[in-house]
Write a protein that binds this ligand. Structure first.
Ligand code: MEV
Length: 312
């Protein structure tokens, strides 16, 4: 049986702004999606989706998932699944909801499994290209940050190349690990809808948005320094500030704001929405593992699904 995995991701700074070539900081997380591939019994590319997901997630993305396979096949695999059918089973410990790179993770996992099964020997760069092509079915014009985290893992500084050449990806190292929680609102909104809504509002308010986008870029540079200096208090402040900017461009929502406040009240030194927003996940940073665990139990006590993660 051929197997592949794709990591989930967390954007710590710069989602949405990154689509327009602004800087961002993100990390792969250990939670991942797995793809197990065997020869199929009927023509085509059959997917059995056993991933643990938010309610309505699979239905909402079923069409995009089918399209992502066609895109990856056209761009990189070039296989004839009518004559050499396959069956792919998706699973893993990534709780799939908007905001943690679940779509890129399932594309990367499938690409790795297809590569192994058909002996394509795809390089990480080609797997990353599959992730980007596949993610277009979900996100419209993805910046590339999700598939990059999903393919390579680790903490990165990322900037999309707006001319179409290779994106900037610099690995970052940390003096102190980051203890974070990723808490799901339970609301699923397509990333493409959130990205499009920003595009529309930006077109109507270009002056105001340009200023916000410049502030977002500045936050990322300050965050990069704070991370390098292990100044977690400052990292937390900048996350809070980043959340305010995301509120200003209209991609937060009541459920996200509630969780941002709730985690702050429960010991977070910084919290913000993460990913596309309008639902999905938020991320909270804690000073240590003990505070992280206390807050996790408080969120779970309120019925929220979450993932505990350690970066670095
Ligand atoms: C989605 O995880 C992050 C966004 O910035 C979209 C993208 O970068 O493609 C909202």
């Amino acid at each position: 049986m051929a197997k592949g995995i794709g990591f989930g991701k967390v954007i710590l700074f710069g989602e949405h702004f990154v689509v327009y070539g602004k800087a961002s900081i993100a990390s792969g997380i250990s939670s991942h999606t797995t793809a197990e591939l065997v020869p199929g019994t009927e023509p085509g590319f059959k997917i059995i989706d056993n991933r643990n997901t938010a309610e309505g997630y699979k239905e909402k993305y079923a069409e995009a998932q089918r399209e992502s396979v066609i895109r990856m096949n056209n761009a990189v695999w070039n296989q004839d699944f009518q004559n050499t059918p396959v069956q792919v089973t998706l699973a893993g410990d990534l709780y799939c909801a908007s905001g943690v790179g679940a779509s890129a993770a399932n594309c990367v996992a499938m690409a790795r499994a297809v590569s192994q099964h058909f002996n394509l020997n795809l390089t990480d760069e080609q797997i990353n290209q599959c992730g980007l092509e596949g993610d277009k079915a979900y996100a419209g014009t993805p910046s590339g940050i999700d598939n990059t985290c999903s393919t390579y893992g680790g903490l990165i500084f990322f900037r999309k190349n707006m001319e179409g050449g290779p994106n900037q990806m610099d690995k970052l190292t940390l003096g102190k690990p980051l203890h974070i929680l990723l808490v799901s609102t339970g609301v699923t909104t397509k990333t493409s809808i959130a990205v499009e809504s920003v595009r529309e509002r930006r077109a109507l308010n270009s002056k105001e948005y340009d200023a916000i986008f410049d502030e977002a870029e500045e936050i990322v540079h300050q965050a990069k320094d704070a991370l390098a200096n292990s100044d977690l208090e400052r990292v937390g402040q900048l996350m809070n500030y980043n959340h305010e900017l995301l509120q200003k461009i209209g991609v937060s929502c009541e459920e996200l704001d509630y969780l941002v406040d709730f985690t702050r009240q429960n010991g977070a030194i910084g919290s913000k929405m993460t990913g596309g927003g309008m639902g999905g996940y938020m991320v909270a940073l804690f000073p240590d593992a003990e505070t992280q665990e206390k807050a996790a139990l408080a969120c779970e006590g309120e019925g929220f699904k979450l993932m505990r993660a350690r970066i670095g």
